[in-house]
Write a protein that binds this ligand. Sequence first.
Ligand code: DQA
Length: 143
Amino acid sequence: RELLLLNGPNLGILGKREPEVYGTETLADVEASVAAEISPRGWRVRAVQDDCEGALVRTLHDSYDTVGAIVNPGALMIAGWSLRDALANYPNPWIEVHLSNVWARESFRHESVIAPLASGLIAGLGATGYRLAARALLGLVDG
Ligand code: DQA
């Protein structure tokens, strides 16, 4: 069984991207730590990062066989309506994660068009948030 770890625009450069805001862990570090979190259950990670909304939409169409998803939409949280619609049809639980506390930042980051559809949301805890989301999904998804 696989857990989808979906990261949107500008998250492929984690570690080098405004480290004072987003931390120094790379996306590969995040993917490895999520894999470690879920491996006791026998789950594996299907990790996809893309800077294009359409590629994220197609990934979701192709991932209905995953048990659940962790989604960091990056700035697509603000107006990513096609990502939102793709998530509306994703059949399993998913959790929205933001590394930074978006509500402590500029006001344009205070709205998420995908949040109303998520099982839950974690923001402001850095890369730890992905691991916490993975742990939560272990609980939300049966065996
Ligand atoms: C982010 C927050 C967004 O506002 C920003 O556009 C990102 C990263 C985060 O993880 O904190 O790209 O999603």
